[in-house]
Write a protein that binds this ligand. Structure first.
Ligand SMILES: [Zn+2]
Length: 258
């Protein structure tokens, strides 16, 4: 169910991971393992999967935290004040949020993706961790940089933060319209470096991981592990919205500090 993600240098006391689908039933776009509750899956199935994950991690259900993502640049800090809120208020606090940051131990924070880039950040010296959901809109808007800023506010140092990316769409699979390329251009990205044209179709293909590496570099992060599998090429192992449609399960990429 869990596959560990490695930082370039091991981060002490910090575990980053991504979930794998498991045994897939081709007729069920939510099979087998899905903890995302807002993309159409059965609530009981989601609950079941969350319980299994919590058992595996050795944490309570209320220490498994994920936002309701909307391709925003909003970052939420999970602190003691958040943990004390009642469930309705916690839910409201994570509505329209695309990155989580925490200093708390034994709290698992993560994001749900199906082709977008999940990014885990950690400063093991300061004990600050983050999970970021970067689709192309969030990438253009600099969600990863916003998360780094929130980490620095909690005591992390940019030079001590490492990043690792989880399963996400590869450049080959990520064909986009020229209007998307324009958005990257407008935001100041080096499109020479991140856009390739398919020779036969003339269509643009964006390297979303490289684009996020650039966002992180701008935020002062040098150690970024971009080696990860393609969610679409490895569609049996991971969910892919391009392969399955948006009404499908999600891959959960998360981090926990012990
Ligand atoms: Zn691919």
């Amino acid at each position: 169910m869990i596959k560990h993600l490695d930082f370039n240098t091991p981060a002490k006391g910090i575990t980053a991971f991504t979930t794998e689908r498991g045994e897939v039933n081709a007729r069920n776009k939510y099979s087998a393992f899905n903890v995302c509750n807002y993309t159409g899956d059965d609530a009981l199935h989601v609950l079941d999967c969350r319980m299994m994950l919590c058992m595996e991690l050795g944490i309570d259900m209320d220490s498994l935290i994920m936002p309701h993502q909307t391709h925003s640049v909003r970052v939420a800090v999970i602190d003691d004040a958040y943990m004390r809120l009642d469930i309705d208020k916690q839910e409201a606090a994570l509505e329209g949020v695309d990155a989580l940051v925490t200093k708390l131990g034994d709290v698992c924070i993560g994001v749900n993706t199906a082709d977008c880039v999940p990014i885990i950040l950690a400063d093991d010296k300061a004990g600050v961790i983050a999970a970021v959901h970067a689709g192309w809109r969030g990438t253009v808007a600099g969600i990863a940089e916003a998360a780094v800023k929130a980490m620095v506010k909690l005591g992390a140092k940019a030079q001590d933060i490492q990043a690792v990316m989880g399963p996400s769409i590869c450049q080959e699979c990520f064909e986009v319209g020229d209007e998307v390329v324009k958005e990257f251009e407008k935001a100041g990205f080096d499109t020479q470096a991140i856009v390739k044209r398919n020779e036969a179709s003339g269509k643009a293909h964006i390297d979303l991981r490289k684009a996020n590496e650039a966002v992180l570099a701008k935020a002062g992060i040098k150690s970024v592990n971009t080696r990860c599998e393609c969610s679409k090429c490895s569609g049996k192992r991971y969910f892919s919205a391009r392969a399955l449609g948006v009404d499908s399960g999600r891959t959960f990429t998360a981090v926990i500090k012990k």
